[in-house]
Design a protein around this ligand. Structure first.
Ligand SMILES: [Mg+2]
Length: 342
């Protein structure tokens, strides 16, 4: 990685929706949660789009086709075409197509999204290790995926057939809790075969490349809720990112982020697209943002002042990341975050 180490969130005098031509939005925890729109998402995206920002949706979930995702978003009040949805199934299909002959057979362990993406690249999805596949691909298959599918993958992978995975997210959030994601399914085949798959999804380059190829974005802003997929993917692609706190990341995790997990900007929710971002400025041995001042002491991060909670968090980020440098901040931030209600 060639970037210098980020030690504070950046400011922006312009609304982010004007400073960037395309938002590359994660879905779960950013736009919706458990199928329902996240607070402020629908209105904020409408305003950003009316202002000329191109909106694209980037998901590691390989089960649903872009058509199905677009219909879901449209039903939530976010008018979306299938072309504006990029999935890890599309990214892995392109990766496979570059390594196997045109029209090759590919053994699919997963759902409809994978099959559609393979056909789009001229590849033929097959269901059995006996179908002479040139590759094996694994993507999230949903709760009905039978155990026997993993056996098919193992038979082929053990023979040396190249193995691919759409993504390796270990978990997938659902209405009843956290379930096993495709990464957990990949572990089953890895344990049984000892082989290693090639992976396409966030935070890896094939997914970012697919997104840029399909959107034509020139000045993209990655918008996500997860540090180790969305924000790290942006870091790996050398593009700017906005972390929103409507999903899986809390203030403590953000303060402890290593360099590749530090977003360019942080905001509470998607309203952050529509505004500028305040500067964080060095002040003595600490940092100020809005009405807050943060400083790193011997064992903890301290916060003084008052104002918007997000400004306090931005000042704390600067104090934490500056102390951590290329590592991870281990100072106690509990009291400071409690003052902000974060
Ligand atoms: Mg997410």
């Amino acid at each position: 990685m060639s970037q210098s180490v980020r030690t504070r969130p950046e400011g922006s005098g312009q609304a982010l929706s004007e400073a960037y031509d395309t938002a590359l939005l994660d879905l779960d925890g950013v736009v919706y949660a458990g199928g329902n729109a996240i607070v402020h998402a629908v209105e904020s995206l409408a305003v950003a789009r009316e202002g000329g920002m191109h909106l694209a949706y980037v998901t590691n979930n390989a089960l649903r086709t872009p058509d199905v995702v677009a219909a879901h978003l449209t039903a939530l009040g976010i008018p979306t075409g299938a072309d504006d949805v990029i999935t890890s199934a599309q990214a892995v299909a392109r990766l496979i197509s570059e390594q196997v002959p045109a029209g090759a057979r590919v053994l699919v362990i997963g759902g409809e999204g994978l099959r559609v993406a393979l056909r789009e690249r001229g590849l033929e999805p097959v269901e059995s290790a006996d179908d002479d596949p040139a590759a094996v691909v694994q993507g999230y298959g949903g709760p009905e995926l039978p155990w026997g599918r993993f056996a098919e993958a193992c038979y082929a992978v053990a023979r040396g057939v190249p193995w691919f995975a759409s993504n390796t997210d270990l978990t997938i959030p659902g209405a009843r809790g956290i379930g096993p994601g495709n990464g957990a399914a990949v572990e089953v085949v890895r344990i049984a075969t000892g082989a290693e798959p090639q992976v396409a999804g966030k935070p890896l380059p094939p997914m970012h490349r697919e997104t840029i190829l399909r959107t034509g974005a020139e000045r993209p802003l990655v918008v996500g809720d997860r540090l180790d997929t969305d924000i790290e993917g942006a870091f790996n692609g050398d593009v700017d990112s906005l972390l929103v706190l409507t999903g899986v990341t809390d203030g403590a995790q953000l303060l402890a982020a290593p360099p590749q997990h530090r977003p360019t900007y942080v905001d509470a929710d998607l309203r952050g697209l529509l505004t500028g971002q305040p500067e964080v400025v060095a002040d003595g041995d600490g940092f100020r943002c809005g009405g807050w001042a943060a400083v790193a002491r011997a064992e903890r991060l301290e916060l003084e002042g008052e104002g918007a909670a997000l400004d306090g968090l931005r000042a704390l980020c600067a104090a934490a990341w500056t102390v951590a440098g290329e590592g991870t901040c281990t100072l106690d931030a509990e009291k400071a975050l409690a003052r902000l209600g974060l």
